[in-house]
Design a binder for this molecule. Sequence first.
Ligand SMILES: Cc1cc2nc3c(=O)[nH]c(=O)nc-3n(C[C@H](O)[C@H](O)[C@H](O)COP(=O)(O)OP(=O)(O)OC[C@H]3O[C@@H](n4cnc5c(N)ncnc54)[C@H](O)[C@@H]3O)c2cc1C
Length: 250
Amino acid sequence: MQTKAVLEGDQWVINGQKVWTSLAQWADWSFVICRTDPEGQSHKSLSYLLVPMRQAGIEIRPIVQMTGDSEFSEVFFEDARTDAANVVGDINGGWKVAMGTLAFERGASTLGQQLQFENELNIVVDIANENGAADDPVMRQRLADAWVGLRIMRFNTLRMLSNAIDGNELSREGMITKLYWATWHRNLGKLAMDVLGPASEIAAAAPYELTRLQRLFLFTRSDTIYAGTNQIQRNIIGERALGLPREPRP
Ligand SMILES: Cc1cc2nc3c(=O)[nH]c(=O)nc-3n(C[C@H](O)[C@H](O)[C@H](O)COP(=O)(O)OP(=O)(O)OC[C@H]3O[C@@H](n4cnc5c(N)ncnc54)[C@H](O)[C@@H]3O)c2cc1C
């Protein structure tokens, strides 16, 4: 369902629905990309609005995920309101702003996340040393590959940021970042389960309390989906980084 906004006096009035809005139930503000030209169908009729989340016109329904958490929610807008000035960029020019936001989400914003990844990898290595999994040459190889992958991820992000220091736009390195980290992190989840072996099947507590590594495994299945799936990332790399012909548009 599309989200639409109409300007009434000095306020936008918003109606529609957003699915899978991360952290919505804790957010004070959200950005909402709304159709603001009722006649328009293309991306040229979208605007990027900043909307206060705590108001009567917004209903937030958390979705329970297979980790047992509710990290994201469905959000329903029924005559929700925001000030006319809360539009980022031009009216009907929201697509460009959305693409800039996504480029940041897929690229530079993940540098800090790499510390969490390192922390998770250290836990997996410690377990492998303790339970003997590290004695298996194949497992040792996979652990070493994970370590190498994390270093590559860091150097690529630093390379991307260094290039941006001179005021350049984020460069082509940025376009491989999401595909690379998402695949690496999903594989770390699988490695964690393999290192644990049969213990990976035992929950922390009844009825459904999972260990950190079980949650890591389950949540990382979504890493290759949100912020643009791996397939979409490959299209972006092909078309924008390598200049290959655009795929046919329906
Ligand atoms: C944990 C999580 C958090 C999320 N948080 C947010 C959020 O905060 N805000 C928000 O707006 N959204 C959020 N999303 C939604 C997310 O952005 C979308 O799920 C994602 O972009 C994929 O779009 P889709 O679900 O419509 O899949 P579709 O686009 O329908 O894709 C379905 C499948 O088809 C493939 N596919 C589609 N098009 C192509 C193509 N052109 N070429 C090749 N393959 C293709 C995809 O790779 C995928 O495998 C979240 C999703 C998850 C899982």
